[in-house]
Design a protein around this ligand. Structure first.
Ligand code: WT7
Length: 653
């Protein structure tokens, strides 16, 4: 073999077998892998039968014009009908769809029958505003029930929604509204954030001042704060409340555009990722059933993500509702009014299935294990992770401190572009390894390849690719087919390349190693930031770590690390001794090649609004450069905090 693509340094020998009770009644068994491999399209066809179709498809997959896929060709269905009405028709109208919990402690319970009425009213309201099938509607709402209701109302009438996370700026909102040419924007006066009212409407006013396509702004009253009134504005309580609770859902084509969701990743102009109807709903319903082992009669499921991200679209709204699940939605932040709020919610609603992100888990590690320990989390039976590689230490902390050592952890790899989970353990089948996303799900053909596109042997590292189309794949980038082809399908002939580095361990299981743009080239070795971060986090005094490569005259790039100590780490974490101890710890764990040149102890790390560490900015700091674009940061003041901590890294200019 030529030069290794990505080093495989981290060794991890802990193993966790599925709990026997879970395995005994698991929704999906080992046999499914073989069935799906033997007849992939037949497998997906059977999964599509979970849904109610108004007209059956005549072809499962049309891949005659790659990479433009069509799934369930000729089939027709209504996504909102599948998520709501059919459960009511099946006699489940009284089942709770959402237990909603506001940050100030107000609550709302929506049964499937309630949801049906609310969605019908909202659909009728959109029609009254002139929204028609094929139009785009931008949604800029906090985590309140009107958010999923608005999405479902769009789906119902065949309007394509574009949800924009309610933390984005006016400029980010404006470019997204303009790119999608949205006709209506749905927003709120404000939202509850950390015990305060944060305004939203002025941001929308700003954004739509220069978006001529917007005809109306529909405004939910949430906080009651003052808002400016423009002629295009309509209050939700004036318009929606007086609508009929009846609306007949018409079927739409399987390939009808369901939504656009903009993703910027950590760099670049946002891409409008387009998802369609039948294939998308099939895969999110199936994976929610399979990966979470959902038993809709008894489970209470909570995904802590914001609906403004794809995780919320697929695993708060479409997947769980298609499956008739009971879910929790929480409006606010995890530390309001105290750092145990999430655990209080799990205790209150007796949550059985919980899905969150490594960034949250590492924050809880930093706050200390005594906080979750004060709550009764015994209802939990399975816990999941998504969004970033989960470091083995964070996985084990999550399993023990939240999952009481009993709950399997499912580390799920996927992307805005993939629409649904692609690589993940199956909780009743897979022996879990801390830090590994394990195997492609049944029906998914993914691999790790070298820079020539050749499959790497076990023990090797390279690029994660998907080799066959899958039902919930993005169909294109909105308005830019060429960019779609170029971004995802041109690196390796005939394969979808996701941008992530990965390795196969000796058993052939997959470990995600972070974005390939983040890989460091140190003395001729490609070293993954994830592995070095995991080694740092495995030190008992480290809660979180971010690693980047800085130019180095000797080694090409040198490893520079930023670490946040754990809450209980003591006072000596600022000294040189601590840094020396950490450098040695990494050298011992991964080998001397991975020893960081420099380690800085910091109070916070720069993160995107969805919680991913922005290593690019840390590289700027490490290379003494002035900072690049910080507009996607959650809180740009963390960069000041970091820079003042680092006399050596201060810019000269
Ligand atoms: C990127 C996609 C998928 C919903 C949330 C993020 C990283 C995601 C994992 C995981 C390692 C992961 C990848 C991916 N990522 N899940 N389990 N292990 N990395 O959606 O914002 O589109 O980000 O998140 O780098 O490419 P997204």
């Amino acid at each position: 073999m030529s030069q290794e693509t990505l080093s495989n340094l981290l060794q991890e020998n802990r193993r966790f077998a599925p709990p026997p009770e879970l395995a005994a009644s698991a929704n999906v068994t080992a046999q499914t892998y073989e069935e799906a491999a033997a007849d992939r399209l037949g497998f997906w066809e059977r999964q599509a039968e979970r849904l109610t179709w108004a007209k059956p498809w005549n072809e499962v997959l049309d891949w005659s014009n790659p990479p433009f896929a069509k799934w369930f060709v000729g089939g027709e269905l209504n996504v909102a009908y599948n998520c709501v009405d059919r459960h009511v028709e099946a006699g489940l109208g009284d089942r709770v769809a959402y237990h909603w919990e506001g940050e100030p402690g107000d609550t709302r319970t929506l049964t499937y029958a309630d949801l049906q009425r609310e969605v019908a009213k909202a659909a009728n309201a959109l029609l009254e505003l002139g929204v028609r099938k094929g139009d785009r509607v931008a949604i800029y709402l906090p985590m309140i029930p009107e958010l999923p209701i608005s999405m479902l109302a769009c789906a119902r009438i065949g309007a394509t929604h574009s949800v924009v996370f309610a933390g984005f700026s006016a400029e980010a909102l404006r470019t997204r509204i303009a790119d999608a040419q949205a006709k209506v924007v749905i927003t709120a006066d404000g939202q509850n954030r950390r015990g305060k009212h944060a305004a939203l409407k002025p941001t929308v006013d700003d954004a739509v001042a220069s978006t001529p396509d917007v005809e109306h702004v529909l405004v939910v009253r949430r906080t009651g704060q003052e808002v400016a009134h423009h002629e295009r504005d309509v209050w939700w309580h004036d318009l929606v409340e007086r609508q009929s609770t009846e609306h007949t859902a018409e079927p739409h084509d399987a390939e009808h555009p369901l939504y656009i969701l903009y993703t910027s990743g950590t760099t670049g102009k946002p891409k409008g990722i387009l998802h369609t109807s039948g294939g998308y709903l099939t895969q999110v319903a199936y994976t929610h059933h399979a990966v979470f082992d959902l038993k809709p009669e008894t489970d209470v499921y909570w995904c802590s993500a914001d609906i403004g991200w794809v995780t919320g679209h697929s695993y708060i709204v479409y997947g769980p509702l298609a499956n008739g699940a009971t879910s929790v939605i929480y409006e606010g932040t995890p530390d309001t009014p105290h750092q145990g709020r999430w655990w209080e919610i799990i205790e209150k609603y007796k949550v059985t299935l919980f899905y969150t992100a490594p960034t949250a888990i590492r924050t809880f590690m930093k706050w200390g294990e005594e906080i979750p320990a004060r709550h009764d989390l015994s209802s939990l039976r399975l816990i999941g992770s998504v969004g970033e590689p989960i470091n083995p230490e964070a996985y084990v902390w999550y399993r023990e401190r939240i999952g009481a050592g009993r709950c399997p952890v499912v580390d799920t790899w996927w992307q805005t572009e993939t629409g649904g989970i692609m690589v993940s353990p199956l909780p009743g089948v897979t022996e879990g390894k801390p830090g590994a996303a394990m195997r492609p799900l049944p029906g998914i053909v993914a691999d790790v390849v070298d820079d020539q596109g050749q499959s790497v042997p076990n023990g090797g590292g390279g690029f994660l690719v998907v080799k066959e189309p899958w039902p919930s794949m993005l169909r294109t980038i909105w308005g830019d087919d060429e960019r779609y082809v170029k971004t995802y399908w041109s690196r390796f002939e005939g394969m979808y390349f996701a941008g992530d580095g990965a390795k196969k361990d000796d058993d052939g299981d997959f470990w995600l190693l972070g974005r390939v743009d983040d890989v460091m080239l140190v003395s001729g070795h490609n070293i993954s930031t994830t592995e070095v971060e995991s080694a740092l986090v495995s030190h008992p005094k480290v809660a979180e770590a971010a690693v980047t490569g800085a130019t180095d005259p000797v080694t090409g790039q040198a490893i520079v690390a930023f670490v946040i100590p754990r809450g209980n780490a003591g006072a000596d974490v600022d000294g040189e001794e601590f840094v020396a101890e950490l450098r040695d710890h990494v050298a011992k764990t991964l080998g001397p090649i991975a020893k960081p040149r420099q380690i800085m102890v910091v109070p916070e790390l720069p993160k995107t609004r969805s919680g991913k560490i922005m290593r690019r900015l840390l590289r700027d700091v490490a290379e003494n450069r002035s900072l690049g674009d910080v507009t996607t940061l959650t809180d740009s003041s963390v960069m000041d905090l970091i820079s003042t901590k680092l006399p050596s890294a201060k810019s000269e200019d």
